[in-house]
Design a protein around this ligand. Structure first.
Ligand code: ZN
Length: 175
């Protein structure tokens, strides 16, 4: 978050479109922070996207073989995204997924353990630590709530580096 991942997804979509590839972008309805039918960066750049209730609906929206499906905020789909991605890859559709790989307690965030294992290419983008200005590796949730998913933008989360996260949380990130 706040690290430019959607900017990278939009750049990939534009590049594929320029090359003549059919592209469909999807985002989860559960993510209510941004406008429903677009991928939108924090600085307001956006491209059209289909809002889906459930990851199972994604293969039905996809272009044919050789096409590209871009999925943002994938952590909202959790492991429900695994089978749809498998299906797309088996059909010869390329898939680019963006999301947050680590939850607010510093633990792996589904479906990223599976996606990171399966992916041909992984790009980890980092924001800036709100405490020390170093590269961030964690999302720190401000306020109450214990579920791994809480919808929020700048008011609910801040990026922290590993050391500041562990200091603020008072314990190692993984235990
Ligand atoms: Zn820091």
């Amino acid at each position: 978050m706040f690290a430019g991942k959607t900017t990278l997804l939009i750049a990939r979509m534009k590049e594929a479109s320029r090359a003549g590839t059919r592209v469909v972008a999807c985002r989860p309805r559960a993510d209510t922070r941004s406008q429903p039918d677009a991928l939108t960066t924090h600085d307001g750049v956006s491209l059209p996207a289909v809002t889906v209730d459930d990851a199972g609906g994604i293969p039905g929206l996809a272009p044919g073989p050789g096409g590209l499906v871009v999925i943002d905020e994938a952590h909202f789909f959790a492991d429900g995204l695994i089978e749809p991605v498998r299906l797309l890859l088996a059909r010869g559709v390329s898939v680019v997924v963006g999301g947050v790989d680590t939850d607010h307690r510093g633990r792996p965030f589904p479906p990223f353990p599976w996606l990171l294992w399966e992916a041909d290419r992984v790009v980890k983008v980092r924001g800036v630590c709100a405490e020390c200005g170093g590269p961030s590796a964690r999302s720190h949730r401000l306020g109450a709530g214990d579920g791994a998913i809480a919808v929020g933008g700048a008011e609910s989360y801040r990026a922290l580096c590993r050391a500041c996260f562990e200091r603020v949380m008072g314990s190692p990130a993984l235990h």
